[in-house]
Ligand binder design. Structure first.
Ligand SMILES: *[C@@H]1O[C@H](CO)[C@@H](O)[C@H](O)[C@H]1NC(C)=O
Ligand SMILES: *[C@@H]1O[C@H](CO)[C@@H](O)[C@H](O)[C@H]1NC(C)=O
Ligand SMILES: *[C@@H]1O[C@H](CO)[C@@H](O)[C@H](O)[C@H]1NC(C)=O
Ligand SMILES: *[C@@H]1O[C@H](CO)[C@@H](O)[C@H](O)[C@H]1NC(C)=O
Length: 487
């Protein structure tokens, strides 16, 4: 059984009461004929409205701003692709374990102690979207912008799945099993516990819980998946250092594990990168397209920008010192320095402003290889510049175009930069970026902006946003993986 709710764009007033229907049935089969007719009109009107809007917007865009020929066909394609996913093609269906609260929402009761450095209470609000950025929207418009915490994807994913059209309540016929465990929040709440047994306790109980279920037995958990909002390193404790041992449990190794940063040398091959959540959580494809158009038309006076601070004693982050140096010396770079405590660089709107005024955004490794900032930069239509292959290329194979990484990013090997201090500078980032032809830059930016929907977490209350978001992409990939397993 599956929950369906359909609305194509905010202009469609149609809000049919939720109904339950078999996923094998065709999309609108639960509708009476006259309703079906009304819906058809609604859909046609909505699509027409979107096309018209794209056309109008495109004629407004200044010729200097390159994107005069707004690709209407592309927009429409995005919409039709998304109805394919909401039909959950090929009988794909996902069962959500209804787990004891201690594994997920129960953890939130103690939200002020879920992270040693931060009070997580404001961040776990609104199903993990965090606090609304109400000044981004006109009054009476549903809020789609939030100050979303970077390590909270597991909560948003859960909330999205609860309303997802591919959800089934019938485990016997379910094809995929989602285990809604808030592993990241569990881990970060216990990072500093000296007692290792205590750190691993809930993870071990999770494995016991799953093994006791008949659905686990069927395929030894191969059709099960877990979503973690923190990096894999937090669940791979070595030498009694930080984190827990969740990912080393044999049961967990049989599942697919979705995480914002995978271990690129993962020998089990069960870790899959998913986007960090950014700040935009639209309900509809109309809202998405409107924002994409705004970023297409944004004027970008800065060639490049860097948002970040130095990291002392982290080898992976050594390149940061050089980036800060080069950026502050270049007249074409906008530097937003992060320090301790509150600063502009933690204000989502400041971050987006800097990025939306830049053509390229430098993405240096920080505490780990990946950065939430990569996804903020895509949201701002800013072409990312990477210094490690593990910031994106070895991480998010489901989400970024395979093959030609230069279609959406610039790569400068960090080893070239690390030695490039003082007079010995080997590579100037500014010179490297200036070498790229204008046409190519525009092509790359188009690709980046077109990636935006699939890297975004749609609002969890949107049961069918009309575009394929990060959750839809992940489900599609998990489904393809399961078909390949042939179980
Ligand atoms: C989603 O809808 C429910 C029910 O209307 C509401 O209580 C909840 O606050 C909404 N969630 C968000 C994140 O807006
Ligand atoms: C460590 O934690 C476990 C589980 O919470 C507990 O049973 C045990 O007594 C603790 N050990 C010490 C030395 O505190
Ligand atoms: C993992 O799956 C294999 C089959 O592929 C099975 O033999 C093994 O028992 C499973 N491990 C666990 C812990 O369920
Ligand atoms: C460049 O870096 C190397 C090693 O990090 C250091 O030994 C050398 O003194 C630096 N050169 C300058 C000019 O800063």
């Amino acid at each position: 059984m599956v929950v369906k709710k359909q609305f194509i764009s905010s202009s469609s007033p149609w809000t049919e009461k939720r109904k339950y229907s078999k996923i094998t049935e065709i999309h609108y089969s639960f509708l009476k004929p006259q309703l079906r007719y009304a819906l058809l009109i609604c859909v046609s009107l909505s699509v027409w409205f979107v096309i018209l809007r794209c056309f109008l917007l495109s004629s407004f865009s200044s010729s200097a701003n390159n994107n005069k020929k707004l690709n209407v066909a592309e927009k429409v394609k995005t919409i039709s692709e998304s109805s394919a996913i909401s039909r959950c093609e090929g009988g794909m269906s996902v069962y959500l374990y209804d787990m004891p609260a201690e594994f997920n929402k129960g953890l939130l009761k103690d939200c002020s102690h879920l992270n040693t450095y931060t009070d997580m209470c404001p961040h776990v609000a609104n199903s993990g979207l965090g606090q609304p950025l109400s000044y981004m929207v006109a009054p009476a418009v549903a809020t789609t912008w939030f100050a979303t915490h970077q390590f909270i994807a597991e909560m948003i994913f859960h909330a999205r799945m609860e309303n997802h059209p591919c959800r089934t309540f019938d485990p016997i016929n379910a094809k995929l099993f989602y285990v809604p465990f808030y592993g990241g929040l569990d881990a970060s709440g216990k990072f500093h516990s000296a007692n290792l047994t205590e750190r691993d306790e809930l993870a071990v109980r999770l494995a016991d819980y799953l093994r006791s279920k008949p659905w686990w037995e069927r395929h030894h958990g191969k059709d099960h998946f877990l979503v973690l909002g923190r990096t894999a390193w937090d669940f791979l404790r070595r030498n009694n250092e930080f984190g827990n041992s969740l990912l080393s449990l044999p049961d967990v190794q049989n599942m697919s594990v979705l995480t914002v940063e995978r271990n690129p040398w993962d020998l089990v091959h069960n870790q899959h990168g998913i986007p960090y959540p950014s700040y935009f959580h639209p309900y509809t494809s109309h809202q998405m397209i409107t924002w994409q158009n705004r970023m297409r038309q944004s004027s970008r006076p800065h060639l490049f920008s860097f948002i970040g601070g130095p990291r002392k004693g982290v080898e992976k982050a050594a390149v940061r010192d050089e980036l800060i140096k080069q950026c502050s010396e270049s007249g074409r770079c906008n530097l937003l320095r992060c320090g301790k405590g509150p600063s502009k660089c933690h204000d989502p709107m400041e971050v987006l402003k800097v990025m939306s005024q830049s053509q390229f955004c430098l993405q240096a490794p920080g505490d780990s290889f990946t950065r939430r900032s990569t996804f903020d930069s895509v949201l701002a239509g800013c072409i990312p510049v990477f210094f490690s292959p593990h910031t994106v290329y070895t991480q998010y194979e489901w989400f970024f175009p395979a093959g030609d990484v230069s279609s959406y990013s610039v790569y400068i090997d960090e080893n070239v930069l690390k030695m490039a201090n003082g007079t010995e500078r080997v590579v100037s980032i500014e010179e490297e970026l200036l070498k790229i032809e204008r046409e190519k830059v525009e092509r790359m930016r188009r690709t980046v902006i077109n990636l935006m929907p699939r890297l975004t977490y749609a609002h969890p209350n949107a049961t069918d946003s009309g575009f394929q978001d990060a959750v839809d992409v992940a489900l599609e990939a998990l489904w393809a993986k399961r078909l390949k397993l042939n179980i």
